[in-house]
Write a protein that binds this ligand. Sequence first.
Ligand code: DLL
Length: 443
Amino acid sequence: MPDSSSTPAVENRFFDRPAETMATAELRQLQTARLRTLVERVAHVPFYREKFAADGISAAMIKSPDDLRRLPFTTKADLRENYPLGFLAVSRDAVIRYHGSSGTTGKPTFVAYTRADLDMWAGLCARFLVAGGLRPNHVCQIAFGYGLFTGGFGLHYGIEKVGAAIIPAAGGQTQRQLMLMEDLQTEVLICTPSYALHLAEVLQEGGIDRSKLALRYAHFGGEPWTDDMRQRIENDLQITCFNNYGLSEVIGPGVSGECAWRNGMHIQEDHFMVECLDPQTLEPVPDGEPGELVFTALTKQAFPLIRYRTRDIACIDRTPCPCGRTTARMSRVTGRTDDMLIIRGVNVFPSQVEEALLRVEGTEPHYLIEIDRPGTLDQVTVKVEVRSSDLSDQMSSMQKLRQRIAREIHAVTGINMTVHLVEPKSLERFTGKAKRVIDNRKL
Ligand code: DLL
């Protein structure tokens, strides 16, 4: 069933009505001015300085938002090459927060925020939260990790901006989450959609009386999900769910989110310019057709990226929305152009598993990652070939090897994966691109 709704799920309200309903001409003018300043501001970041010099780019040549297309792209690989903070556009003294997300190596990609950045970020989260029913008298439970991941802190400060009450439960400890929900009468749940499914399952299994809970709304993000999943969670938990999207390199949550009509996520275009491009040709695709989303952070001070290639595939819709917001909307993310997996909300690259295996004597870098969602939580099994000389009949040494591999994988990815040791040369060999992942989840 498509994500579209002809009736509002909540009353239509705004956190920042002028910004959210700006006329297109005014928005374009604002974007032009902000883009020009951005080009000036990043001109001393070595990566952009060199690219601008090579392409003859100056702030003065930005005359309209369309001039964005003259600017260079930024990729995750560029961030890695300039690790850890090569893209910092302010002095380190001005930074008051760092976050990060996983990369293809064991090291995360860091991002940084000034005080003004954090204030702006909180305001952007407040926008989608209010659009999706959050009111100052609500009690919200955040079941996202608080840490380098942007989900916990991002939503936390957004809720504070709105003036609602926060239970910073953080991730995991499902029984405790349910206890908090019941005892503190949580009305709004904030987490990944897969964790909400798990909560619903534990709630049912534990025989907890739903009528003792005050839960009404939820804001989910951080990983892909479907409209079928929305319906299932809404039925199981008897709540109304909203989708929100973001990525740490651009800011974290707050890049876009659904309004009461839930017909796509409104992109906060006064702060982020969006392009939807064919990932091969890098030419724009027509509205309504899937392409790679590319964002430019217009107003961030500490870590503003130009034309950041997200690798996320989605469609853009610029048709008017009944809510009155004038911004473009993005569809759900339907895929990625790279091999990044999101497992229980954590970004994982197959190459990270490979890196972990290479650290363990006695294994071959021939492996297969299988992901399932038997109930509501993702489960990952890694099949690993053992080196023939290390094949041991002794159960105990095989057991030790398995544990060692699992520990290394956990150290690199932060995820517990089940390890199965398999005979040498038993996994399929590939002449072309190796297929290292079988994802059986029906997302
Ligand atoms: O996941 C930021 C976030 C936290 C957004 C909480 C919303 C709520 P990263 O860890 O950098 O940041 O991962 C970013 O997650 O490129 C998408 O592939 C995926 N993603 C995030 N939100 C959604 C969503 C945060 N609503 C990556 N639907 C992005 C589908 C999503 N995918």
